[in-house]
Design a protein around this ligand. Sequence first.
Ligand SMILES: Cc1cc2nc3c(=O)[nH]c(=O)nc-3n(C[C@H](O)[C@H](O)[C@H](O)COP(=O)(O)O)c2cc1C
Length: 485
Amino acid sequence: MSEKFFNYKTVDDVRRQAKEFGLDVTFEEKLQDVFKPVKIGTRTIGNAMGIHPMEGCDANLDGTPGELTFRRWRRFGRGGAKLIWGEATAVVPEGLANPRQLLINEKNLSSLERLLKATRSAHREVYEDDSDLLVGLQLTHSGRYSYRRPLIAYHHPQADCVTYVDKSKGITVSDNYPVITDDELERLEDAFVFAVRRASAVGFDFVDIKQCHTYLLNELLGARIRDGRYGGSFENRTRFVRNVLTKIRSELGPKTMIASRFNAFDGVPFEKNPVSGFGEPIPFKIPYEHSFGVHRQNPLREDLSEPLELVRLLCAHGAAMVNVSMGSPYYNMHYGRPFERTPDDGYYSPEHPLVGVARHFRITGAIQQAFPDLVVVGTGYSWLRQFFLNAGEANIRRKRVTIVATGRGAIAYPEYAKDARETGSLKSSRVCLAISYCTNLMRSKNNEFGQYPAGCVPRDEVYAPIYKEVLAKKPKPTQEHAEVH
Ligand SMILES: Cc1cc2nc3c(=O)[nH]c(=O)nc-3n(C[C@H](O)[C@H](O)[C@H](O)COP(=O)(O)O)c2cc1C
């Protein structure tokens, strides 16, 4: 289906669309607050523009950064955004999402340090000073999406039926598939604390305890039906993150800056309708007993009572900043990344992407308003193309967010912040088109490494030939599949 959602020439066109849909998405013509410094913990960054964690699946097979990893981080360094949220980095090999994800261990530390230094020096080459730049590292365990085998926190009936134990054979997680044990989780807490110690020792300005996108720590937050110390009550479901934060504070003191990217709304798993190709929820029962931030009587809506409690708890344990996200890139990606065109293994968006953008803004706004002094980083801007900073500017002025960051927008257009500063606007010829080629590359595994590198195909010359190779290897679709893919 080739419906074109984004057909706006001016900010007014998008405004009109938002008004027509009754959505609270507003824009400011003149950029000013995005250029103001922001205080984060004991540091101050030079502007309110950020870059979200964007892994490129281009690490070496031992988890050290590869050539393209260095290239991406340097480009981010030169870009001018003052918050660079370094990408997903596994704390143990069994928690890797793919064979080319970064891995933090003793052996890889010096190369991660070089990556950080390269990013900072790229920044200095353009701006001379890098004392107002913050570079962090996202620490993760991929849980259900660990590529060696899924490590699940509990049996989520809808997620299980789309979680593959062996994708090539179509084998999914069955009811008797083992759940990660309490003892394993306790050991993993220590792995996170080790990783935090290592990351801060080599000079990362902050570490992110990742609790988003339905990876392990996110899944634990919704583990209502899990038995034992890490399931059931909110207290048990947040035990892991509380223990990690407490151990960090007692072992490393207050100097290590802690942040967390978390899902404020998991949503429910969707699948493609085989006839229409649109995404639709996998049937579920009410009250809904799974996931985080969902309304139990209507899980298509958010219920922010627990996410707000989580933020309170993170602050009480010394977190300096949160990054609000939502959804799963595996089973409901229209929530997390409003898109123009579906990835090959996805579905047509069941909603207009502007509705998804408005959901991000509404939920992030509610969190920021509940915690007005907390640094809150917002997500979901890239689909707005050259107008995303105008929306960010409005959100900052309306106190719905502190820092406006972009993910796909940053791999398309790393120097967006510099251009905005110099010209007051963004170049439409450089922005993300949200056509999911980067995600298609992430999902492509049939090369000698078991993983293709991911980047922006339309905007970054490195990735067009890689994408061509991927397409050339793809089986030609039958007529039936060509129509509904
Ligand atoms: C290729 C690719 C890699 C990503 N890598 C990460 C990651 O390492 N960690 C993370 O939290 N999110 C990751 N994301 C999600 C983005 O950070 C971001 O949340 C998402 O793209 C929506 O924001 P946007 O509209 O600005 O792109 C990734 C997304 C894509 C498409």
